[in-house]
Every structure is written in C-alpha cells, then in structure tokens.
Ligand binder design. Structure first.
Ligand SMILES: *[C@@H]1O[C@H](CO)[C@@H](O)[C@H](O)[C@H]1NC(C)=O
Ligand SMILES: *[C@@H]1O[C@H](CO)[C@@H](O)[C@H](O)[C@H]1NC(C)=O
Ligand SMILES: *[C@@H]1O[C@H](CO)[C@@H](O)[C@H](O)[C@H]1NC(C)=O
Ligand SMILES: *[C@@H]1O[C@H](CO)[C@@H](O)[C@H](O)[C@H]1NC(C)=O
Ligand SMILES: *[C@@H]1O[C@H](CO)[C@@H](O)[C@H](O)[C@H]1NC(C)=O
Length: 835
C-alpha cells in the first residue's frame, strides 16, 4: 500500500475513553506554554461579512482562494490575505415565505430558519457545488467559480444535505460522485449515501439497522487502489458516534465512536441489497489504554474525544492508524443473538468471497466483475453482519493528550521537517471558546506550544483549514474568519525562549528566532524539539539583566517584579547568590510568577536579589534587584490631645502611625484609635475577601491562566479506581457549532516526493518525568491586591512541589496575611522605592 497522507479526524463527543486511572491522565495533560491574547496576535488577518456563522471553508491552494460558506452568504477570499478587501460574495438567504413555513413548523427563528451553507466543494474545473439548509428545505446549486455566481437553477437538496443546521453531517465530492452522511430529516434514520451518479446507494435498515442514531463528524477518501497488487478499490471512511450495540465490561455509556467504510466502486446488489451498499462495514474506535500491540503505519488519523466527567469538561486526542482500521475490517464479524439481541463475535462459517470486501482481482478471477455479480449468500451475510468484532485501538495505547477544562471543536494537522531532519506533526486545535492551541507531537506526547485567543468574544471554532502555500491557518467561527501564520518565531526574543518553545518551525540563529524555512544555510541554527533545553549559552545574572535598586522602609511590603512569560516556567529567587528557601508566611517572602513579595521588610532582607525562570531544568536569569531596607524614619510629633469625636460614617483615614502618650487623659483617645484600627482591619479584610472571591470567580469562569489551577474534583479520592465518563453529545448539537466537523488531509499530500520520514522508535520511550514536571504545576490566578494604600501587590502561586508550602488556597493565603496584619500597625506612608 502506498504511503498515506496524515489525515485529520475530528471526532467530537465520543465517550470511548474509559478505564483510565486519573493519575495517568494528569500526566497526559499539558499546559499551553504561552498564552497570547487577541491583542497580541502577530500577523493576524480577519474577515467578516454581513453574515454570521462561518462554518464551511473550502481552500483551493492552486488558485489561492479561500471559499467561505456562512449563514445566508458565500464568499470568495484571497487566501494570501483574507482581509485584502477584494472579496466576491453571493447572497443566498432563504426567502421570506420559506422562513414563514419554517417558523410554522415550530423551528427556531434565531437559528434554524436561515440558509446555513453545509456543503461547498469543487465539482469540476469550472464549478463548485454548494448545498444549504434553506430554512428547513435544503437546496443545492452549481457555482461558476470565475464569476462567483450561481450557474444553474437550484436542485432539491433533501437527499444530500440535512435540514437541521446543527445536525452532524459530512460530505465529499470524489471524481464527480457525491458521498454524504447525515440524519437528513428530523424523522428519518441516519444514512451514508452516494447521491450521484445514480443509482443512489444507501445503508440498510431492515432486518438489521446498520446505523443506530449515528451522528457524523467526518469522512475521508483513501486511495487504496493506487499501487495495490490485489487490485483493491478506493475507499471512503466515515467517522461518527452511535448508540452502542455491543456489551463490554466497561461500557456504562451508551454511545460509541465508530469508523465505517464503503468501496468507491460499489454498485449495490442485484436482487439482495439492491440500491444498498454491499461493502459497508463498521468498527469501534477506542481511545484508551489496553495492552495491545501496535504497528506503525504512515497513514494516521487523529480523533478528538470530548468527555465529561462530573462536570469537568475535557478533551482527549487519540491517534489511529489506517492500517489498524484496515485490519479490523479484515478480522472477525459480530453477530446479533436473536434470543438476547446481544452482539457477540461471529464464529460460524463465513461465505466466500469475503462479505463486505471491495471487488478485487480475486473476485474478477472468479467472474465477479462488480458488486452486482456477488452471490446472494454473501450479500445476505453482509446485510446481517455490518459490524466488526475487533475494535480499533489508538496508537501508543494511550491518548496523546488529555486536556481538562477544554472542549476542542476542530483540529488540523501540519507536518514539519525540523532541523534534526525528523518529521513532526504540528496540531492545531480550535476550542469552543474561540482559542487556538498549537501543539507538537513528540514521542507520543503533546507539547502545547501556545494558546492563541482568536476571538475576543468566546465562540466555538466551527471550521479550520491549513494552507501550505500561504503558510496560514484559517479558522471560522460565529462572527468571522481569522487567518494566522502557521508559526510566529519572532515572538521569541531570547535564545532560551526560542528553544523552550519547541516549535519545529523555529530556530535560534545566534541573534533572533527565525522560521527555519526562511534559511537555506542552516549551519548557525539551533533547535531542540525533543527536550527543549540545549543549544543556548548559559548566562550569569549580572551579564544577563541590569540590576535595579529598590529602597524599602523597614516593616513595609515590597514587590520585586519578575514576570515569567512561560506558563511552564517556575520562578526561583536568590539572595546574594544563595537560593531563597521556603517562601512561607513566616519567612517574610512570598513568591509568584509575577514577582517576589517582601512582607514586612526586615534589615536582613537587604541584599542582591536574582530572579530566575526555571524551565526544562534550565535556570534563565530574568531580573535582578539590589534592595536596601531602611530603618523607619522618626515618628512625627504627637497629635493635639482633644480630637473631635468623628461620626463613624465619616471616618477619616487612620492617622499616621503614632506613639501615643499613655496619660489618663488619653485613655479615650487610645480606645478610639484601637477601635478604628480594628474597624479598618475588619473592613479591609472583608473587602479583600470579597475582591478575592470576585476575582477568583471571574478568573474561573472567564479564566485562561486561572483554569490550570483547577484540579479535578477529588481525583485523589478516586485514585486507582476507574473513572467513568459520560457522553456529551449534546455539546455538539449547540447551534453555533453547527455539528459540522470534517476530515482534512495533512501535509503529507503536499510533498509526495519527499522520502517518508523514519518511523519513530516504537514503543516510544517515556519522556523523562522532569520534562513534564512543570506541566502540572498548579498556578493560581494573579490577583491584584492593594495593601493598606502603600503598594499594589500581585500575588501568584505556583509549583506545588514538596519543598514549597504552597498547597493552601489563595483565599487561605490572603486570610493568613490579613490575620497577621491585624496584629501589626497600619502604615499609610507610601513605599519609598526607587527603580
Ligand atoms: C423569535 O420568536 C420569539 C418567540 O417566538 C420572539 O419573541 C422573537 O421576537 C422572535 N425573533 C425574531 C427575530 O423574529
Ligand atoms: C462542470 O459542471 C457544470 C455543471 O454540471 C457544467 O455546466 C460545466 O460545463 C462543467 N465544466 C466542465 C469543464 O466540464
Ligand atoms: C466479467 O468480465 C469478463 C471480461 O470482461 C467477462 O468475460 C465475464 O463474462 C464477465 N462476468 C460477468 C458475470 O459479467
Ligand atoms: C554563522 O556564524 C558565524 C559566526 O558568528 C558567521 O561568521 C557566519 O557568517 C554565520 N553564517 C551564516 C550563514 O549566517
Ligand atoms: C548550562 O546550565 C545547565 C544547568 O543549569 C547545565 O546542565 C549545562 O551544562 C550548562 N551549559 C553550559 C554550556 O554551561
């Protein structure tokens, strides 16, 4: 078999991850190294027309066009710059009377009674073929590409396009033949069809249903005829979830992920299976960790499995090889026990030629030239045995990534040859909140290089496509389409930043981080994809960063700022060259990824401070401070004795710190002072707690960085037990996602002349645990805290390793400091610091 391109399967909402100890899943989790907000995107271009819901993208590299199907409109954009403005468009909204009819059927006037473009593909050299839901009366038409106009009258689309814009759907145009799969009408059964040329082929419903409430996510043509010695046929693979039929020990969920396939040359049966597929077979896809041998093949697919476990949203990414899928289809069949209706392995006699196979030389030698010549017993067997017994297990026996707090909605893959000559798969995952995760697969694990906020307003990424020619990734969502460069090496300004990123496209050339594709002479380039820690010169604190001077009044708080750009870095501080140990409350230090907090500065805290970011076991100097703790200036003269008694409602700021005379005439005043101090302490404590709670809530709900801190509810308690995962199929039916998920070929196709890369050693050795140590560091949200008017303090905790006493929560932490503060005197004098 010829080398297959890397395919991308986007398989949403599949519950097939089971029996996985939670601890191992944590090891598979990955924190995006860098977080980039939409304002910080480099080379970003945006398009949005008058329409909404940009759910269908068709990229044509040859002509340099990106065709976009939206709700009620089609656009032809310049792929090199979608914001260029020379856009052609077709308005195609459902007419008012059709909308009224749709409303009268009780459909949603906000989402369903519009014309959502669900299908947009190249038909022939001059024409595209498009289908839209057309307010619950699907229509299709040809588009003249040159003029970007409809060239024909509309055709009935009822058999080709679902009525419901949110229904799972996949379609392909292959050599003038149209293949679609969906549940077309509300009441109809889901179906995999060849719509043209006639006769239309469908799946069988009786006596055995081949599809049970199937929800389709994608399809792919695999040209298995090319170079086949057995005269095999091309096949179309379908990916979907459906109601589970088989009984397995771990199955408590009732939907399973499936792959099905049909042969392109299928013509249906003569008498049995007339106008039905004779080559339909399906197998289960399992994203799990059984002990199973794995054979690598160049053809791989990636599946996204959406999971929900006790309200924790999560996505898993599994890789499957085409070879494994093929061997499942060549293995034993399943049969339904008529007495119990249970599906078990079929062990009886299998008729010849093998049921469900494509027509090959073997068939033709026996005089069977087409599926119509197949004997009745073979076709009857096919009709009753559509499912294979062996499931298809994910490669490497575990998911590549298990990401909590994230719903991936789309995924595309791009293969990059790195400096070491190896081919790396770069994965682009779109989330349900408008973010893009760019990741690299290294030795069976996923390192998330960065997370990019594509859309400020949270919205699901509903379509994604990659162009090698323009070096761009395009993502469509509810409000528009975004074009971004495949990588942004210039974002990394130091050697270590460039190396730590582990981006296969980026390398350090001694002065800047460059895209390796831009350099023909690569002799001076440095890169380390495998470990992300070699190739840069170590720098000492003094020659790396200029030292700043700070002067702090004894007893005040001071923040030595030290922002770490990487979410995977851990801050380390030194004082006069010695590592600061223990940042507990009593040590007088708190450390966060924003800086070091000196709490109630003491004279012995004077000295030379160094801040280092530790990542991949390398210490990189970030900031340096010379701190002088000055003793407190002499107290101001005592205030006048009789003060008017202020009303509580107009309580003034507390007077400057004073040493009060202790004569009897001052007893009232002293009493009052104490009252004020405790009142203010209580009030500020209250407001801090409130602020913390509010900010915490804000971070957790909106939360980017903050979300990494959230440990799953009680995983420790569940340790060792099997986690149970439920399907979240309903998540996919959100109208905004449109349920449209597609399969996109990877780059493998674009460079057919390239030698296939050496297969990675298998089974891959586990990564050194230290490499991923930073990944799991639970970091709490940055919180802006105003301390008694004298300084703004950013607190952030990280790295809950055994040596650091940072296991308590942030609220707990603040309460402690506040508690301590109650017993100390309040200071209103501003921090006299010089930078
Ligand atoms: C949609 O229907 C709801 C209730 O049926 C109505 O309140 C709303 O105004 C309608 N919206 C539009 C845009 O017609
Ligand atoms: C492409 O298909 C359209 C629609 O059937 C047809 O009108 C046109 O002539 C075809 N073009 C070519 C080059 O075959
Ligand atoms: C199949 O094709 C061969 C050669 O084209 C022909 O001789 C044979 O009769 C055909 N068989 C059937 C069943 O049509
Ligand atoms: C590589 O670096 C050396 C030393 O800095 C320099 O002389 C040489 O020109 C560089 N080569 C390239 C191709 O940049
Ligand atoms: C840089 O420092 C790391 C440890 O921090 C050490 O392993 C490595 O050998 C050093 N490299 C050089 C070139 O000094």
């Amino acid at each position: 078999m010829k080398t297959l391109p890397s395919w991308l399967l986007l398989c949403c909402c599949t519950p097939a991850l089971w029996g996985y100890p939670f601890r191992s899943l944590q090891d598979l989790d990955a924190t995006p190294r860098v977080t980039v907000l939409s304002s910080g995107l480099l080379g970003c271009r945006r398009f949005s027309g008058t329409a909404v819901s940009y759910s269908t993208l068709l990229l044509e590299e040859k002509v340099g066009m990106l065709y976009v199907g939206a709700r009620g409109a089609l656009y032809a954009l310049d792929a090199s710059d979608i914001a260029a403005g020379n856009t052609l468009s077709i308005d195609w909204e459902a007419p008012a009377d059709q909308k009224l009819q749709c409303l009268s059927k009780g459909k949603d006037n906000q989402t369903e009674c519009f014309n959502h473009i669900r299908f947009l593909q190249r038909f022939n050299e001059t024409h595209l073929y498009v289908c839209g839901t057309h307010a619950f009366r699907p229509l299709c038409a040809f588009i003249d590409v040159e003029l970007f106009r409809f060239s024909s009258t509309f055709e009935d689309g009822r058999e080709k396009c679902p009525y419901d814009p949110a229904k799972g759907y996949t379609g392909l145009l292959v050599d003038g033949e149209m293949y679609t799969a969906s549940q077309y009408e509300f009441r109809s059964s889901p179906d995999i069809r060849r719509n043209f040329p006639s006769p239309t082929l469908k799946t069988e419903e009786a006596p055995t249903r081949w599809l049970l409430e199937a929800d389709f996510v994608g399809s792919a043509l695999v040209r298995e005829s090319v170079g086949s010695s057995s005269g095999d046929d091309d096949k179309i693979y379908y990916f979907f979830t459906e109601k589970s039929q088989e009984q397995t020990p771990y199955f408590s969920q009732n939907r399973v992920a499936r792959v099905a396939r049909v042969c392109k040359g299928d013509r249906g049966g003569q008498r049995t299976l007339q106008k039905r597929w004779t080559s339909f077979l399906k197998a289960r896809l399992v994203c799990s960790i059984p002990d199973y041998e794995f054979h690598f093949n160049a053809g791989v697919l990636y599946g996204i499995f959406g999971l929900e476990w006790k309200n924790v949203k999560a996505s898993a990414i599994c890789q499957f090889s085409i070879a494994d899928i093929q061997s499942a289809f060549e293995g034993p069949y399943m049969e339904s026990q008529e007495s119990t209706l249970k599906w078990t392995e079929y062990t009886g006699k299998v008729p010849e030629p093998r049921p469900g196979s494509c027509i090959t030389h073997h068939h033709r030698a026996e005089g069977i030239n087409s599926s119509r010549d197949l004997p009745d017993d073979v076709l009857s067997f096919v009709r009753g045995h559509p499912a294979m017994f062996q499931p298809v297990l994910s490669t490497d026996q575990h998911p590549l990534l298990f990401k909590r707090s994230v719903d991936y909605t789309q995924m595309v893959v791009h293969s990059v040859v790195a400096l070491d000559g190896m081919l790396y798969n770069v994965l682009f995952m779109g989330t349900d909140e408008g973010w893009l995760h760019r990741a690299v697969e290294v030795k069976g694990h996923v390192h998330i290089i960065e997370e990019l906020q594509l859309f400020e307003e949270p919205q699901p990424i509903s379509s994604m496509v990659i162009s090698i020619a323009t070096g761009s990734v395009y993502a469509g969502s509810t409000t528009g389409v975004v074009q971004l460069p495949l990588s942004s090496c210039q974002r990394y300004i130091t050697c270590f930043d460039c190396i730590f990123a582990r981006d296969p496209s980026c390398a350090w050339d001694r002065t800047v981080c460059v895209d390796i594709a831009s350099r023909s002479d690569r002799s001076n380039l440095t890169q380390d994809i495998l470990n992300g820690n070699t190739g840069c010169e170590n720098k000492t604190l003094d020659d790396a960063v200029p030292s700043r001077t700070r002067s702090v009044v004894q007893g005040d708080d001071a923040l030595l700022q030290c922002e770490l750009s990487s979410n995977l870095a851990t801050p380390r501080w030194t004082l006069d060259g010695r590592e600061l140990q223990g940042y507990g409350v009593d040590s007088g230090y708190r450390v966060g990824t924003d800086g070091l907090l000196l709490i109630g500065a003491r004279p012995d805290q004077s000295g030379h401070y160094g801040c280092f970011a530790v990542e991949n076991e390398i210490r990189v100097p970030v900031a340096s401070y010379t701190v002088r703790v000055r003793s407190r200036p002499p107290p101001p003269p005592p205030p006048l004795p009789r003060l008017p008694r202020p009303k509580p409602s107009e309580a003034p700021l507390p007077p400057p710190l004073v040493h009060l005379p202790s004569g009897p005439e001052f007893q009232t005043y002293r009493h009052m002072e104490a009252m004020y101090i405790s009142l203010i302490a209580v009030l500020s404590a209250l407001s801090f707690v409130l602020t913390v709670v509010l900010l915490y809530v804000a971070f957790c709900t909106r939360g980017r960085r903050g979300k990494y801190s959230l440990r799953g509810p009680g995983p420790e308690g569940k340790r060792g037990s099997h986690m149970e995962l439920r399907t979240i199929a309903s998540n996919c039916n959100g109208s905004a996602v449109d349920g449209l998920l597609r399969i996109v070929p990877g780059e493998g196709q674009a460079s057919p002349n390239k030698e296939p890369p050496p297969a990675p050693p298998l089974p891959p050795p586990p990564l050194p645990s230290s490499e991923y140590a930073g990944v799991l560091s639970a970091t709490l949200p940055s919180v802006l805290r105003k301390m008694n008017g004298n300084s703004y303090v950013l607190l952030r905790q990280s790295d809950p390793d055994a040596t650091s006493p940072l296991y308590h929560t942030f609220t707990e932490e603040l309460n402690r400091i506040l508690e301590k503060r109650k017993h100390t005197q309040l200071v209103t004098k501003p921090d006299e610091s010089s930078v």
